[in-house]
Design a protein around this ligand. Sequence first.
Ligand code: KG4
Ligand code: ZN
Length: 334
Amino acid sequence: MLTLGIESSCDDAAVAVIETVAPGIATVRSSTVANQDDIHRAYGGIVPELASRNHVVTIVPVVERALSDARCTLADIRGIAVTSGPGLVGSLLVGLMFAKGLAQATGIAMVGVNHIEGHILAPMLENRIAMPYLALVVSGGHTALFAVEDFGRYRRIGRTRDDAAGEAFDKVAKLMGLGYPGGRAIDELSRHGNRKRVRIPRAHVKGAPMDFSFSGVKTFVATLLASAAGRAERPEDLAASFQEAVVDMLVNPTIAAARELGADTIALTGGVAANSRLRERLAEAAGADGRRLVAPALKYCTDNAAMISLAGSYRLLRGERDSLGIDAEANLSL
Ligand code: KG4
Ligand code: ZN
């Protein structure tokens, strides 16, 4: 079954075609992303109005490209999976309205997909993973741990109490003048730095070992950079020390959750899953604990539509479809 996936919850417009043989077992035929980083960079963050307006311009060409890359036409598509939330409502509406129009015009079944469910299932695009498994979803908007019990059955067992980890990366990168989005710049700079040079306190959420908190570490770096001593540090060392602190604060609750669940597999997913040090440290920690870490290829870590297609396709296989009355929900919960 070929599923067309459409994702426009934030600043990327992504479209993919996947071929699903059974729930969670699929081949990606194409996965296209129209990235808007160049548009938002000048503002140091995403401007929602610009994001949605650009989706309006790019959505049709991106769909055409995904179909042609997959060497198929709309006539071959059996289902449409579209992100209906959470995200920026103006951005979500562009993809959702496009999908509704397509479903109405062609009669193809359509389902709305939760963006987070897409991230949770993304590691299955390239790996066979037995459920239950533990998913660490770590991106610019989310940082949470989910027990993945079955398709459609996810239990959140840990979450950030304040900022998302990616948000902390982006804010610190901005303070350091590394541009936007800054997670990758910090990752690259850190390769040449001494991660023990700057002592950065790690935050623990009292009484909640599976929860996260990143606002303190971000404020710590901001305060440090406001001082002469802080400004005298080499940026490489500061980046590496900050990154190590964030990685520690991600790894410890994740291992605690894996033990609590007795999960053999930990799946790392979301934009920050692209971080090289996080991958390395979590793989080590999981291995030392007798568990396996599965992390998707970088293109499936950041926002993409292959993961949305996968999250929609198991429902389409069951014969489900949503009505054309489905609405975009900025705060859609799982
Ligand atoms: O999943 P994603 O594409 O969008 C959201 O749903 O948020 O994640 C984007 C986030 C940004 O905060 C970006 O800085 C971060 O992922 N990111 C990284 C790296 N690559 C992307 N953070 C740390 N290290 C990286 N290599
Ligand atoms: Zn995302």
